[in-house]
Design a protein around this ligand. Structure first.
Ligand code: ATR
Length: 285
């Protein structure tokens, strides 16, 4: 039997990562001979551990919080989307021994929105909460879906304005502001890209900003409903989801970059949804 190719996810913390299970399911589906492990890597050790991983024959890495910017610096060359995002979630060993850095987060979000959630963004009014690395990674993919306007709202207003100004040539109207400036506005799609969910916190959102039959989407994912998902439980919301679909779709895109085959994401999403709902019921009972 041939030795399996080795892949891993680096992050800190990483204990609860679902990536090993997701990639194991993809590999079984597509008959790929590989291993995929999760390794706890503090930012201070990232460079040395990534070098060791590839020197010892590793074929590809996923990098998650707080390592995406370091991975961006680590890569020898970058895909266009990673170059723009200034963040890398996927490193891939190339035939010439160099390391390619990619960012599959934005593609993962857009695939989940369009294919899985059936959300149309064309001519819609879209609000992104947050102006950090996660937001950078999703702006171009969202703009490619031709929204009527894109508003970036952030706690630190200057960061939102600065990010929006990078897109002044875009066809969509794109602006940056603080949360208070959202009062009186309405949006068809609201995407939470703040790190607030990680501490079960919620950005200070004014009332009535979600349009009728609107969509609330939290990039964060947890077995318990996040603070933003709880906020989205309102009559106006036709769709109110967390980032499970995005997590699986971005993984599929990384898998495709590494192996050249596309796994069936629907089957994996179904499996995780059922498993997590069961866990939640068990925890509550
Ligand atoms: P990431 O790579 O996950 O985007 P980041 O670059 O550190 O992480 O950005 C975190 C984002 O979440 C920022 O927009 C941050 O707002 P500031 O720029 O004002 O710091 C936002 N954020 C974090 N905690 C928040 C909270 N409790 N409420 C609102 N916004 C929050």
């Amino acid at each position: 039997m041939t030795i399996p190719d080795s892949y891993a996810v680096f992050g800190f913390p990483i204990k609860h990562s679902k990536s090993p299970r997701i990639h194991q399911l993809f590999a079984e589906q597509t008959a790929q001979n590989l291993t995929y492990t999760a390794q706890e890597v503090p930012a201070t050790h990232f460079q040395a551990m990534a070098q060791t991983f590839f020197r010892e024959g590793g074929k590809g890495l996923n990098c998650t919080v707080p390592l995406k910017e370091l991975a961006w610096q680590f890569a020898d060359h970058l895909t266009e989307r990673a170059q723009f995002a200034k963040a890398v979630n996927t490193l891939a060993l190339q035939a010439d021994g160099s390391i390619l850095g990619d960012n599959t987060d934005g593609k993962g979000l857009v695939t989940d929105l369009i294919i899985n959630q059936k959300v149309l963004l064309s001519n819609q009014s879209v609000l992104i909460l947050g102006a950090g690395g996660a937001t950078r990674g999703i702006i171009n993919p969202l703009l490619s879906l031709n929204p009527a306007q894109l508003v970036i709202a952030n706690r630190t207003v200057e960061k939102a304005r600065h990010l929006a100004s990078e897109f002044s040539n875009s066809e969509a109207q794109i602006t940056g502001c603080g949360f208070a400036a959202l009062a009186g506005e309405q949006f068809d799609v609201i995407i939470n890209a703040t790190a607030a969910s990680l501490s079960d916190d919620l950005p200070p959102l004014p009332p009535n900003i979600l349009a009728e039959k609107g969509c609330c989407y939290d990039l964060a994912y947890s077995t318990q409903p996040t603070a933003f998902v709880r906020w989205g439980q309102q009559p106006n919301a036709a769709i109110n989801v967390d980032g499970l679909g995005m997590l699986i779709e971005q993984a599929a895109e990384a898998f495709y970059l590494w192996r050249g085959v596309r796994p069936d994401t629907q089957a994996v999403i179904r499996l995780f949804s059922v498993h997590d709902k069961k866990q939640l019921v068990e925890q509550r009972s």
